[in-house]
Design a protein around this ligand. Structure first.
Ligand code: NDP
Length: 326
């Protein structure tokens, strides 16, 4: 038997609990993994609390990412003992996920754990950090360089935001951090931010065009914030949009697109092709300071994940939560 978080949705209602499962209950897959660490991501918190329609089948084991060791495999690329890593592909949504001591998965979803990282560090980065890297790479692909001008990170104190700040600062960008938690200013400056922007200055309905302040932006917030970020980009500015912490709406105007030639790049991490995943993890291995990763990481036990999910959605968690499932 092994420990897992399980979500039920039946006559008794929607609920998550810590439970024990039998390996014979694991879903189909060609690789079995002894999970070492998982992460607690925004999407996991929505699934665990039921505040978002994330789980597609019940009972579901949440956990959209995991790192661990292969214990059985009929997949050509993976053998018993290999260290592996998984993000997305609907795991923790429609296929049992990483908030458990064991998982059975499609080998095609796995990538080798980069040598630079332990399983714990890889999950401290987790889906949030890997998505932050995808955002930074999107800015680069669209021509944003450290000498282009300041780059804004919204949702700065969260998982995506914290990793994005650390990466951009390491790469030499002047990073501005938008946060609703002024008490975390020292933390954000420690990650490499040069300027703190108040969340309120961006989260209310704004003008179609504003003073041009940023060459680029990483936005994990959406809604009015994303609209205001678009309105305040430099000529040819670029924003990589990956999240909806404020809302899924996008009440914007075309003005910055047609008058300043800005680019809005959508970032999805879940269905990303394998070569792009490998490239993002290779860049994380190069560009992320492990000391800063450590500073933004809190470890919790599997049994604490349910309570932590509510705290995360209430905006009370700083940086990343890594879950020791054992
Ligand atoms: P976190 O909860 O760790 O961070 C979100 C941050 O957003 C909070 O810390 C807070 O930062 C800010 N925030 C929260 N509520 C509001 C609000 N009402 N208005 C404005 N800002 C707010 O989540 P993650 O960083 O893990 O994820 C962030 C977003 O990115 C989520 O929406 C998530 O679903 C999405 N995401 C998308 C992925 C993809 O593939 N596209 C992959 C990973 C994440 P502060 O307190 O500093 O203001």
């Amino acid at each position: 038997m092994f420990n897992a978080i399980q979500i039920h949705n039946d006559e008794a209602g929607y609920r998550s609990e810590l439970t024990q499962l039998d390996p014979v209950q694991l879903p189909e897959g060609d690789v079995q993994v002894a999970v070492a660490y998982s992460g607690l991501n925004y999407k996991d918190a929505l699934a665990i609390t039921g505040k978002g329609k994330i789980a597609r089948r019940f009972p579901m084991v949440p956990g959209i990412d995991l790192a661990g060791t292969v214990t059985a495999s009929s997949h050509a690329e993976f053998a018993v003992g290999d260290q592996v890593l998984l993000n997305g592909w609907g795991v923790g949504e429609s296929h049992w996920g990483g908030l458990a001591q064991q998982a059975r998965l499609k080998g095609d979803w796995l990538i080798p754990l980069p040598e630079t990282f332990t399983a714990r560090q890889a999950m401290a980065i987790g889906t949030a950090g890997y998505t932050a890297m995808l955002c930074v790479m999107a800015l680069e692909k669209h021509g944003i360089r450290p000498d282009s001008g300041p780059v804004l990170v919204t949702g700065a104190g969260g998982g995506v935001g914290s990793v994005a700040i650390a990466l951009l600062a390491e790469l030499g960008y002047e990073v501005h951090a938008a946060t609703g938690r002024p008490q975390e200013a020292d933390y954000l400056l420690g990650l490499g931010a040069k300027e703190i922007v108040t969340r309120e200055s961006l989260s209310q309905p704004g003008a179609p065009l504003a003073k041009a302040r940023w060459a680029g932006a990483v936005d994990s917030v959406g809604s009015h914030t994303l609209a205001n970020v678009c309105a305040a980009l430099h000529y040819n500015g670029v924003v990589a949009a990956c999240g909806l912490a404020q809302g899924m709406d996008f009440p914007a105007s075309v003005a910055p697109f047609i008058l300043r030639g800005i680019t809005l790049v959508g970032i999805d991490s879940v269905m990303r092709p394998k070569d792009e995943r490998l490239a993002a993890w290779a860049r994380l291995a190069e560009d992320l300071s492990l000391a800063k990763l450590d500073a933004m990481t809190q470890e919790i036990a599997l049994a604490e994940a349910i309570q932590a999910a509510s705290q995360l959605l209430a905006g009370q968690i700083r940086g990343r939560l890594v879950v020791d499932v054992n």
